[in-house]
Design a protein around this ligand. Structure first.
Ligand SMILES: C[S@@+](CC[C@H](N)C(=O)[O-])C[C@H]1O[C@@H](n2cnc3c(N)ncnc32)[C@H](O)[C@@H]1O
Length: 191
């Protein structure tokens, strides 16, 4: 009788742990910016401006549906890693990777971009917010010399871009998008 009671108590105590392990990985914190996808024509321009090569490693910080990392792998045959904090975006990105058969080149990771070590990337793509770009400067400064950073629509106050171009997107969006390019070491603007 005592043994059965211990067994039941053991199962009851273990249940919350089992439930926790079975759950999807929950976000560690709320996203710092909502998901808005970059149109394909702008993605193409970002990667072109970054002069992506087969040997590059592309990181998309806040990868959304994975369009940038999937395009980089398909078009340039390079390795790419997409990071997002939202489990829904991780799911979408993984589906995108699978549908495009680039599992051998692309990884999707659920991480907070502000805790990442960027030293293994040569190309970093951003579509965040101006203040988030500025918050990333200490991490971006640790990129290898000659690494390229491209940002859709938003600048990085205090750091001089090497190039700024505009792209018109067709379709319902139909607006002018701006793409900024920086090359490391970053050129700080004089205050
Ligand atoms: C504007 S969307 C850009 C998506 C994609 N890079 C693109 O250009 O299509 C920004 C993404 O950043 C993600 N995000 C926001 N804060 C984040 C954080 N601290 N760490 C990781 N991802 C984050 C959001 O979940 C969202 O998917």
């Amino acid at each position: 009788m005592k043994l059965r009671m211990f067994a039941v108590a053991g199962i009851l105590l273990a249940l919350p742990l089992v439930a926790l392990l079975a759950e999807d990985k929950k976000p560690t914190k709320e996203p710092d910016v909502i998901f808005v996808p970059t149109p394909q024509v702008v993605v193409d321009k970002m990667l072109e401006l970054a002069e992506v090569k087969k040997d590059d490693v592309v990181y998309d910080l806040g990868c959304g549906n994975g369009i940038i990392v999937v395009t980089a792998a398909k078009k340039y045959g390079c390795k790419a890693i997409g990071f997002d904090i939202d489990p829904e975006r991780i799911k979408e990105s993984n589906e995108n990777v699978k549908n495009n058969k680039v599992e051998n080149l692309v990884q999707i990771k659920q991480e907070d971009i502000f805790k990442l070590d960027l030293s293994k990337a040569n190309v970093v793509t951003l579509y965040l917010l101006p203040e988030l770009n500025v918050r990333l400067i200490p991490q971006l400064e640790k990129l290898k010399p000659g690494s390229r950073i491209v940002s859709h629509d938003f600048d990085m106050k205090g750091v001089k871009p090497k190039k700024v171009v505009t792209v018109n997107s067709p379709g319902p969006d139909g607006r002018e998008h701006t793409v900024y390019l920086w090359v490391t070491p970053l050129e700080k603007e004089k205050p």
